[in-house]
Design a protein around this ligand. Sequence first.
Ligand SMILES: C[S@@+](CC[C@H](N)C(=O)[O-])C[C@H]1O[C@@H](n2cnc3c(N)ncnc32)[C@H](O)[C@@H]1O
Length: 230
Amino acid sequence: MNRERFEAFLKQLQLEPNSTVLDIACGKGEFLVKLSELYRIKGVGVDISPYFIQEARKKARLRVPDAPLDFIEIDGKNYKPQDGKLFDLSSCIGATWIWNGYKGTLKALKDMTKPGGLLLVGEPFWLKEPDPEYLRAESLQKEEYAGSHQDNVRLGEACGLSCIYALASTKEDFDHYEMLGWWSLEDYVRQNSNDPDIQEILALYRKGKENYLRWGRETMGWATYLFRKP
Ligand SMILES: C[S@@+](CC[C@H](N)C(=O)[O-])C[C@H]1O[C@@H](n2cnc3c(N)ncnc32)[C@H](O)[C@@H]1O
């Protein structure tokens, strides 16, 4: 995602003071911390990785020490709202496999969101028919994604939600994301030549880079969809 456009989008959200926000697969907590810098929210971040949860807590302490943010280390599919209290905004950005895909994610988040509340879901889509060779090379199934950008919007609406905004990444945004990965990988390899996994890491990195340049760049898109629950 493009940082400036994402930040402008967060301002556009105009959350009410004390809004409750759930972020499943919160990673290092950037979304909740950014929202806390803009609004007085009560947030819950859930991630399976102890390393990311640790980083998220550290980031929150440094940037928004008084914000009521709770970071929980569990599998997202086992998270249940405390005392059944539904959220004003529920999100899952880039981890819809937790509920076996995009549709399952929309249903799970909808059940945890108040009527009139918002859902934010980040999901890939096909820019064009994926080359079977690309799918094989990436061990992907075409059906893993709903289809096109329009299909992602449609599927949300078929789940009884209204899509009120979508922030689609451009090719430059996608390049930036992929290439920062190349850069940090190269740095890691230079600085950790004794890592016993280095050959395996390098092989994965080279394969990913090749697949992206040969097919992915023209084939896969990404957007973050904002839905309102009736
Ligand atoms: C692509 S990252 C996205 C992170 C964050 N949402 C963001 O946009 O920066 C995927 C995240 O999902 C987390 N994750 C993977 N499987 C999970 C699961 N079953 N339950 C909770 N988190 C999970 C990973 O640890 C990682 O932080």
